[in-house]
Design a protein around this ligand. Structure first.
Ligand SMILES: [Zn+2]
Length: 322
């Protein structure tokens, strides 16, 4: 299948260490894995000079000049530099002060610091410390009596989509599965996690013992107007070796099995139709098709792994089949 090609070349010693240690069920394993997790760095988006002036050098955009100053669509505002979600549109209000105003932040997303001017309170992205603006209280604009005065250039707005759908795929190390599915047009968000086992709230270390029955999987939220379930399922098959049983390249164990967890009968029929097509093409398909059970979110440091850490998947490559 060519799936294993060059994976080890890109496989950093650090990732190798993490996998080996993380998949070990000795008592110290979780601690070492956690220690490594703390060292992981956030990958930043490139900034224009104007964005850098505000986000890095704590500048302020001209009042009434920002693209979100007079903007009231439904959706979420994220950090321009690191992508962390900062504010929901439901917290945005019209203040006529010249900058986007919010009376609440997404829990834990915004950090407050005494400003260098000794008077105001600076607000920063809690994840990357990018400068957002300042927060004021007691002005009486809304019931919450708080105004986050945020530079438009510090944020990126993502509109809410009225009717999203959900799909769950397991095909080996969830870092690589998320890498490909997350990049597909029409995919709104992806979450890596565990499904199909017996233990409640499993951790990565527990799943790695190969005794919980869970598969590493990716939950995909997508806009069905832009991408169909069938297109996503084809991408799933085209980015892993679905003939391997309970392994994917160097990763061995039931957690790395190939399995489609359907959330409705239409998804089940689509999955079965594609498997029949593959069998016609004489592939020995190992993929199971199973009704979805509870999906447990994976730990934060496993989410968007390649986005945060750079590089590309060591055991998933794209190969056109359909
Ligand atoms: Zn940030």
């Amino acid at each position: 299948m060519g799936i294993r090609q060059s994976k080890l070349v890109r496989f950093s010693a650090f990732v190798l260490l993490l996998c080996l240690v993380g998949c070990d069920d000795r008592p110290g394993a979780a601690r070492v894995s956690q220690k490594n997790a703390e060292r992981w760095v956030v990958m930043y988006n490139e900034l224009s000079p104007e964005e850098e002036n505000v986000i890095v050098n704590k500048g302020t955009e001209d009042p009434f000049s920002g693209e979100y100053d007079d903007h009231y669509e439904k959706g979420v505002y994220s950090c321009r530099r690191c992508g962390a979600e900062l504010y929901n549109s439901s917290a945005k209000f019209k203040s006529d002060c010249g900058w986007p105003s919010f009376d609440d932040e997404i829990a834990g997303a915004v950090k407050r610091l005494a400003d260098a001017d000794g008077i105001r309170t600076e607000i920063l992205c809690a994840k990357c410390d990018g400068h957002l603006g300042h927060v004021f209280t007691g002005e009486g604009y809304t019931d919450k009596n708080i105004r986050h005065c945020v530079n438009s250039v510090s944020m990126v707005f993502k509109p809410a989509i009225a009717n999203t759908e959900r799909a769950i795929f397991a095909s080996g190390c969830f870092w690589g599965v998320e890498y490909y599915l997350g990049r597909a047009d029409g995919v709104v968000s992806t979450t890596v996690g565990y499904i199909g086992g017996n233990a409640l709230n499993p951790t990565y270390e527990q799943v790695c013992t190969d005794t919980t029955g869970h598969a590493e999987a990716v939950e995909v939220i997508y806009d069905p107007v832009k991408v169909s379930y069938e297109e996503l399922a084809k991408l799933f098959f085209e980015t892993h070796d679905f003939t391997q049983v309970n392994r994917q390249g160097p990763d061995i164990g039931t957690q790395y099995r190939s399995e489609i967890f359907y959330v409705n009968d239409k998804q089940k029929q689509t999955a079965e139709k594609l498997i029949a097509e593959l069998k016609k093409k004489e592939y020995d398909v190992a993929t199971k098709v199973t009704k979805a059970t509870k999906f447990y979110n994976g730990e934060d440091h496993h989410q968007d792994y390649y986005e945060k850490n750079g590089g590309s998947p060591y055991c998933h490559v794209y190969k056109k089949i359909f």
